[in-house]
Design a binder for this molecule. Structure first.
Ligand code: NAP
Length: 278
C-alpha cells in the first residue's frame, strides 16, 4: 500500500496533490490545478477562508526544468508568485506553511553533499524560481518548513514521468546510456513524505534536507534499477556532453541533513520498483 496517513483530520490543505509526491498523501484537503490554481490569489484566499487549514503543504510547482528554462516567466509565475500567494494565505489565517524545494537551488560545484547551511546559488530558471519561493516563505512567515529534496522517484506507472520511469520504459533495450558525471540523492517520494509529516507532527520549523541515504550518479542509479528489474540491459556511462541540453547541467545536487536520516536509496528504490512496477 503506497499511501500514508498521519493526520486524520481536514485541517491540512495540500496544493499540487495530483503530482508524484502528492500521491503518497491520503489525508487532508487535496487540491489540483483545477480546484486550486496557486497563481490565482483570489482562488487561493477563498479556498483558505473556506477550509481554514492549520497546515498548508505546498507541492504545486512547474517541475519540468526545460519548460522553466524555455519560459522563465512561466516558471516564476507558478513557483515564485504561486508560493507568494500560498504564503499570503498562511499569514492571513495563521497556518503553518510547508514548502517543498530542491537541491537545484545549489550551483552543483561543491565537492561533497550540500547541507542545510550551505548557500544557494541557483544556475537554472527552475532553481531560481524555487529559491525565490524559499526567500518569500522565509521573509513572510515564522512558522514554516522548507523541505529540500532531490531526484524524487515515485508514483508508479502514470504519475512517474522522471528518470526511473524513463529507465523502466527502456529496459528491454540492449543498451541504455546514462550520464556518470551528474550526482544527486535519489529519494523515494513515499519516504520523503513520511519524514516530512514527522517533522510537521513534531512542530519543527526551518530548513530541512530530506533525502534517502547515499548519493550516486545517474549511471549508478540506472544500473541499480536494471539490477532490481532483473534485466540484462547494458548501462553505458557517458558524459553530459552526449546529451546537449539548453538547460544548464547541475553536476552535483546531492544533499545531506543534520536533522533527519533516511534509509539508503538502493533499499528504497527496490521497494518502489518491486511494489509499484512489477
Ligand atoms: N520531482 C523531483 O525530483 C523533485 C525534486 C526536488 C523538489 N521537488 C519539488 O517537490 C514538489 C512536488 O514535486 P512532484 O515531483 O510531485 O511534481 P509533479 O509530479 O510535477 O507535481 C506538481 C503538481 O503541481 C501541479 N501544478 C502545476 N501548476 C499548478 C498551479 N498553477 N496550481 C496548482 N497546481 C499546479 C501540477 O499539475 P499539472 O500536472 O496540471 O501541471 C502537478 O500535479 C514540487 O514543489 C517540486 O518542485 C521535486
Amino acid at each position: 500500500m503506497k499511501e500514508i496517513s498521519f493526520f486524520d483530520q481536514d485541517k491540512v490543505l495540500i496544493t499540487g496533490a495530483r503530482g508524484m509526491a502528492g500521491s503518497y498523501l491520503n489525508f487532508g484537503i487535496k487540491t489540483d490545478r483545477e480546484s486550486l490554481d496557486v497563481t490565482d490569489l483570489k482562488m487561493v484566499l477563498d479556498a483558505g477562508r473556506k477550509h481554514k487549514p492549520k497546515v498548508i503543504i505546498h507541492l504545486a510547482a512547474q517541475t519540468d526544468m526545460d519548460k522553466c528554462e524555455n519560459d522563465p516567466d512561466h516558471a516564476y509565475k507558478i513557483n515564485a508568485i504561486g508560493t507568494y500567494n500560498m504564503a499570503e494565505l498562511a499569514k492571513e489565517i495563521g497556518a503553518k506553511m510547508v514548502y517543498v524545494s530542491t537541491g537545484g537551488v545549489f550551483d552543483g560545484k561543491k565537492d561533497g553533499l550540500y547541507g542545510e547551511d550551505d548557500t544557494p546559488n541557483p544556475q537554472t530558471y527552475y532553481g531560481r524560481s524555487k529559491y525565490l519561493g524559499e526567500l518569500i516563505v522565509r521573509g513572510m512567515l515564522n512558522d514554516y518548513i522548507i523541505a529540500r529534496t532531490c531526484w524524487l522517484f515515485g508514483g508508479g506507472p502514470g504519475k512517474d514521468k522522471k528518470f526511473i520511469s524513463k529507465i523502466i520504459s527502456q529496459f528491454e533495450k540492449a543498451e541504455i546510456k546514462a550520464v556518470d558525471d551528474q550526482f544527486g540523492s535519489p529519494t523515494f517520494a513515499k519516504d520523503f513524505i513520511k519524514t516530512l509529516c514527522g517533522l510537521i507532527k513534531d512542530g519543527k520549523t526551518g530548513i530541512f534536507h530530506i533525502v534517502n541515504g547515499g548519493a550516486c550518479s545517474r549511471f549508478e542509479e540506472a544500473k541499480e534499477a536494471v539490477k532490481i528489474l532483473g534485466a540484462k540491459t547494458k548501462i553505458t556511462p557517458v558524459s553530459s556532453d552526449s546529451f546537449p541540453e539548453k538547460t544548464p547541467v547541475i553536476f552535483n545536487q546531492g544533499l545531506i541533513s543534520r536533522a533527519v536520516s533516511l534509509r539508503p536509496w538502493q533499499e528504497a528504490l527496490r521497494e518502489y520498483i518491486e511494489k509499484e512496477w512489477k
